[in-house]
Design a protein around this ligand. Sequence first.
Ligand code: UTP
Length: 291
Amino acid sequence: MIKPLRKAVLPVAGLGTRFLPATKAMPKEMLPVVDKPLIQYAVDEARAAGIEQFCLVTGRGKTALIDHFDIAFELEATLAERGKRDALVLLREEAMPPGSITTVRQQVPLGLGHAIWCARAFIGDDAFAILLPDDLVLSQTPCMQQLADVYHETGGNVLAVAEVPHEQTNRYGILDIGHADGNRVEVNGLVEKPAPKDAPSNLSVIGRYILLPEVVTFLSQMERGAGNEVQLTDAMAKMIGHTPFHGLKFEGKRFDCGDKIGFLEAQIAFALARPDLAPAVRDFLKLYANS
Ligand code: UTP
């Protein structure tokens, strides 16, 4: 029987060194794209896929993320007093049901795999989603919904995958693929950050996963991989053969907002997708293109 998908783990304990000094006193996941922080996009996307329980894996200096999901009592009172109805509605629409967010602490950032392992009590015996908030996807159907549709049909583990330039395979978790059926591929193997000459394909895992709870057993081995970190990719690779693994070439475009160029591109793409902003953005882009 395929268990329902109700839980998501959001690892947010990374140091965000590529965005210093912006991330010195503020978490990377609070950086806004247009007018919404990255963390909010991730939570909204998960909620749209029916996910109700969230676990943020946090670290030092990440309290702004937790405050973001709290009720801003004084702010709401001031907005009401000043008749700022639209702003108030916006805040209330995004309010989370009480008890839906829990946090665990990853005291030392030992890698993404270690961050997920820190959420093991939350995961329990359930299949769960992982969303890396610095990966942003612009699509017709929210990316996690696309993965959840595959999960509900097939069960097993489901990974969002995207093609990357062959010379950049050393930046990503890369798939060894088996049978392909339309936009779905069978995953035969996974390698973290292979050199282009060793890469089994140019299909990369992006920051959206649905995993079975067995992954925790493999993470518990605490084996260090690329960058001397406990890699999620390595634990997933060990599960292949024991549990089914599907890759989904999702519809939409992914932006790596942990990287400056990816972040800037996301600002433009998300602004152009907004009818209230697109005309002005198009005008200024023309201006810069000609300068
Ligand atoms: P990144 O590889 O982007 O690392 O992590 P980072 O530390 O956030 O950023 P840079 O490379 O120093 O600029 C991918 C995701 O995994 C989380 C991060 O918060 C991010 O969501 N992560 C990474 C953890 O939660 N813990 C870790 O030990 C490592």
